[in-house]
Each structure stands twice: as structure tokens, then as C-alpha cells.
Design a protein around this ligand. Structure first.
Ligand code: 13P
Length: 253
């Protein structure tokens, strides 16, 4: 079985290169205690160079939190896939609900998928419903988000892909309010089925499906053991050394 994958999404919590460097260095010092877990850290663009430098030569990958849907040119404030690649990011989050809430459409997400692959970046594609529907419409919602984004990827892109299922209602809450294994099991099965239809069983089976939404040391173990996920996309808890270490150690077991 593949190693569990944990991706830390620092969002806008860390504010200085020094803070990013300190967290990366501390994690490196303790890397032996999570050797069975693959880890990536998604930094905001201004902190990426410091993060890349602090992680150089380690097994921890530096990731970006988003990218422009444009390739280059007159797009003030945008950050291109090539720029991310050139500063040393190897992975990028695409389609996070916090960006979709800011106006990113399914089309924009699909375009970013294409841009990221063209630049040679791996992708963590985020999907998730805003709320649960008693008639199960959230399944159709997530299936449509996924299908639309995957249209931006050719068959050879499967090896560069991870999916993060992040139900919006479970993000930024306490662990008690987070999704439980039984809440997400069905969605993980659906996502795996869609990937299998698209890429065939052998390739689809190797695509990690992560869960994100209020993961911490109190729920990580049950979610990993009982819901069929391959790891986590962790927000707030990834910005604190001890909280992240707790999750990583639970993933190792
Ligand atoms: P929290 O872990 O802070 O709920 O954030 C989840 C998330 O959105 C990760 O991308």
C-alpha cells in the first residue's frame, strides 16, 4: 500500500518567511518519527521561496496554494504555474472551496488543472459540497465538480493527481463538528468510481483521495482507519508543530 499522504494547507495563517522556515526546520528535525508518511506543505506565494529553501534535501515537498488560469502576460496580481515551478514548488492546490467562494468557477478550476500540468506541477484537486442534501444531491454536486476539473487533464496526468474531498460544512470547525468516517465513506467510494471510469482501475487505484475539514489528533486515526481515505489535507492544525506531528504520527500507525 502507498504511504498515507498529508498535505498541510497554511492558508493565510503564517505571515513571515521566518515563521515558515522555523516550522519546516522543526519538522525536518523530527522527520524520523513520521518516516512512513508522505508530507507536503502548501505555503502562500510570498513564503514559498523560504519554504522551498527550508525543505531542500528533505522528503517534505513544497506546495503552492493556487495559481493563475492564465499562462503569462498582463494579469496584475496573478501567479503563474511557471513562476511556482521556477521557485521550486512541485505541487499545487486547485479548486479549494475558499477560492471557489471568492468566485472561482468550475471552468477556472479546469483551466488551472491544464496550466499546472503543462508546467509539470502535481495537483491536489479539491472538491466538496457546501451542505448535505437529504436527497443525496451533494453526491451529484461533487461528481460534477470532479468531472469538470478532470476534463482539464489528459490520461497521462493521473500519476500527478491527488483528490481532496473537503465538505465546506466541516472546514474550520472543532473536531466534534467535523465529518465522521460514516459521513465521508460514501463520497470516497463515489470519487474512486469516477476516477476508475476515467483512468482505468490500475491508475485510479494509485490516486490518493484525501479528506480535509477540521482534522486533528482526535479524529485523524478513525478517519484514516474507517473512511477509506488515503490521507488528509490539513488546515489550521498544519500551522502548529505539535498538532501536525500528532496527525503525522497517527497516520504512521
Ligand atoms: P481546517 O483543517 O482548518 O478545517 O481546514 C481544512 C482545509 O480547508 C484544508 O484545505
Amino acid at each position: 500500500m502507498k504511504k498515507p499522504l498529508v498535505v498541510g494547507n497554511w492558508k493565510m495563517y503564517l505571515e513571515s518567511p521566518e515563521a515558515a522556515t522555523a516550522l519546516c526546520s522543526a519538522l525536518r528535525r523530527r522527520a524520523a518519527s513520521f518516516s512512513g508518511v508522505a508530507l507536503a506543505l502548501a505555503a502562500p506565494s510570498p513564503l514559498l521561496p523560504a519554504t522551498v529553501t527550508a525543505l531542500k534535501g528533505s522528503m517534505i515537498r513544497a506546495a503552492a496554494q493556487g495559481l493563475s488560469l492564465y499562462e503569462a502576460g498582463a494579469h496584475t496580481g496573478e501567479v503563474s504555474a511557471a513562476m511556482l515551478k521556477n521557485v521550486g514548488a512541485s505541487l499545487v492546490l486547485i479548486g479549494h472551496s475558499e477560492r471557489r467562494a471568492g468566485g472561482e468557477s468550475d471552468e477556472a478550476v479546469r483551466e488551472q488543472v491544464t496550466r499546472a500540468r503543462a508546467a509539470g506541477l502535481d495537483i491536489v484537486l479539491c472538491v466538496g459540497e457546501g451542505q448535505r442534501d437529504p436527497n443525496g444531491e451533494h453526491f451529484q454536486f461533487v461528481a460534477a465538480q470532479l468531472a469538470s476539473a478532470l476534463d482539464g487533464l489528459d490520461a497521462s496526468g493521473a500519476g500527478a493527481l491527488a483528490i481532496a474531498y473537503e465538505p465546506v460544512w466541516a472546514i474550520g470547525k472543532s473536531a466534534e463538528e467535523a465529518a465522521r468516517p460514516a459521513d465521508i465513506e460514501g463520497m470516497i467510494i463515489l470519487i474512486r468510481k469516477i476516477l476508475t471510469e476515467r483512468f482505468g482501475r490500475p491508475k485510479a487505484a494509485r490516486i490518493p483521495i484525501l479528506y480535509g475539514g477540521s482534522v486533528d489528533g482526535s479524529n485523524a486515526q478513525a478517519l484514516l482507519a474507517e473512511s477509506g481515505v488515503s490521507g488528509f489535507l490539513v488546515g489550521r492544525a498544519s500551522t502548529n508543530l505539535e498538532s501536525l506531528m500528532e496527525i503525522l504520527k497517527l497516520c504512521k500507525k
